[in-house]
Design a protein around this ligand. Sequence first.
Ligand SMILES: Nc1ncnc2c1ncn2[C@@H]1O[C@H](COP(=O)(O)OP(=O)(O)OP(=O)(O)O)[C@@H](O)[C@H]1O
Ligand SMILES: [Mg+2]
Length: 354
Amino acid sequence: MTSVAVSGLCKAFGSQVVLRGLDLEVADGSLTAVLGPSGSGKTTLLRILAGFEHAEEGTVALGGTVVAGGRTHVPPERRHIGYVPQDGALFPHLSAADNVAFGLGRTERRGRRVEDLLGLVGLAGQGRRFPHELSGGQQQRVAVARALATRPGLVLLDEPFSSLDAAMRAEVREDVARVLRETGSTALLVTHDQDEALSLADEVAVLREGLVAQRGTPEALYSSPLDPAMARFVGDANLLPGDRRGAEVETALGRLPVQHGGALPEGGRAVVLVRPEQLALDLGAGKGIRATVVESQYFGHDMVVTLEAEGGAGRLRARLSSAAPLAVGTEVGVQVTGPVAAWPAGDSGAAPSA
Ligand SMILES: Nc1ncnc2c1ncn2[C@@H]1O[C@H](COP(=O)(O)OP(=O)(O)OP(=O)(O)O)[C@@H](O)[C@H]1O
Ligand SMILES: [Mg+2]
């Protein structure tokens, strides 16, 4: 197990600046996700950590020892890192077992280690199959087993589930999270998928314009985003205008308690975040603000309804756990449950760089 401390990392390709002074810490034994849009520098960051790429400035320390920075550059093979690259990249001419065994010494190759690792990722007895005989999900499992084989202090995973279809993605990602926890690995996973980051990680760091714009537990990030742009980036968001009134904010949906007020001056104009699952709909007595269903997406486990609300609230998205779909045109009452986040109006935050 190895903690990671990255400080002041700068990296450019020609005139294109990708990282501009990035700081990041990963605690021993934790799973941290770096979340950023495509092209934000996630792979570049992992390649610098692994030692495949040089940063122009900044330091990387693993387990308290500087491995990159100043004149120091510890080569990749001496960093004791397991790497699962973005495309999995198994050796096509080697069997699953030989792929896993690739970095192992002779004794361990012959022992139980390889079969144990295959078992750990759910592929017991499948070691003789070649990559082309495995599904995409099975290939990713082999890639993870290979990265864990040498008992690395740190495992880096580059969007390891992005090529898998939705059903398999959920299954492989749960299994990989379990394996990482069971082996006590410190892991850094990069992804552009918000659900993946929030559901898997102990801590999430959001990469925006070459920096970690915000870092925190999934709950903190989701309920107290730094600014409206961050609120949108980490989840589905209704953003409404409002006015600060003490510990509350006055909106078209009523007076709402503010949980995360930022630097809101009393009486000042605010942008208010109401998550779709915070909207409760009343079909009967019509409690709350009146609204009409204009669109309804039914997902089985829940549904997302777009509403046109009266009284200046405009379009709203509501996420409901409901037994039956709601027809377009249905009239409902809308109420907000729970506290909201709010920021001074005009403080929109930078859009995540694409
Ligand atoms: N070797 C390279 N030479 C030149 N430009 C590069 C190189 N590697 C990356 N870049 C550029 O740096 C930026 C960041 O790339 P990177 O691959 O780190 O992004 P990413 O966040 O991993 O994106 P994705 O989610 O699409 O994988 C991109 O604009 C990319 O074109
Ligand atoms: Mg990438």
